[in-house]
Design a protein around this ligand. Structure first.
Ligand SMILES: CC(C)(COP(=O)(O)OP(=O)(O)OC[C@H]1O[C@@H](n2cnc3c(N)ncnc32)[C@H](O)[C@@H]1OP(=O)(O)O)[C@@H](O)C(=O)NCCC(=O)NCCS
Length: 159
């Protein structure tokens, strides 16, 4: 496995990121389009959200991303809006590297991190649990009528 480098997202990453993000089965379930994905990343860059991407080795750019809203959790906690890894690069530690870097960035802003994960997305639930997140609630039908969004939370440091 080549080394994983996590860095801030730049505008020129967006076309590539949007192209593979919409291929993720999770994103297809939420009907994300390339246009909307691009627009969301562009807006997030302008808003100066926490936006990180992972490069692998010397020549594989933007194989994963993490996007956090600094006050997106109840106006006081950092909220991990989305994290994704290119499917052919999954299970190689890229998600863990991105989440770790997002937590480091979040710690500078606030002491905890909140996120939502779909009830059917058991792989991601296991991933978050392994990274020290605990389910603290659920929002039935919050985004899609038939899906509960599980609320996961991690205290990153003492408040
Ligand atoms: C969830 C997601 C971000 C995880 O990213 P990832 O790069 O696959 O994560 P990691 O490789 O760090 O860890 C995933 C698993 O691979 C295992 N793993 C890590 N490095 C490994 C390696 N070198 N060899 C084999 N397995 C490895 C980990 O132990 C972990 O196991 P777990 O699922 O039992 O916790 C990614 O799968 C993804 O993009 N999923 C689709 C989008 C999504 O669900 N996002 C979350 C929305 S809330």
């Amino acid at each position: 496995m080549n080394a994983i480098y996590v860095r801030p997202m730049i505008a020129s990453d967006i076309p590539l990121l949007a192209a593979w993000t919409v291929e993720l089965p999770l994103m297809q379930r939420y009907r994300l389009t390339v246009e909307r994905a691009s627009q969301q990343f562009e807006t997030a860059l302008v808003q100066q959200d926490i936006l990180l991407v992972a490069d692998v080795g010397d020549n594989e750019s933007a194989c994963g991303f993490a996007w956090c809203l600094p006050k997106g959790g109840f106006g006081r906690s950092v909220y991990l809006r989305l994290i994704g890894v290119r499917p052919d690069r999954a299970r190689a530690g890229i998600g863990a590297a991105l989440l770790g870097a997002a937590e480091q960035a979040a710690i500078a802003v606030k002491s905890d991190l909140l996120l939502l994960v779909s009830d059917f997305n058991t792989d991601a639930q296991r991933f978050y649990q392994r990274q020290g997140y605990t389910q603290v609630g659920a929002l039935p039908g919050y985004v899609l009528p038939e899906v509960s969004e599980l609320i996961y939370w991690k205290q990153l440091r003492t408040p």
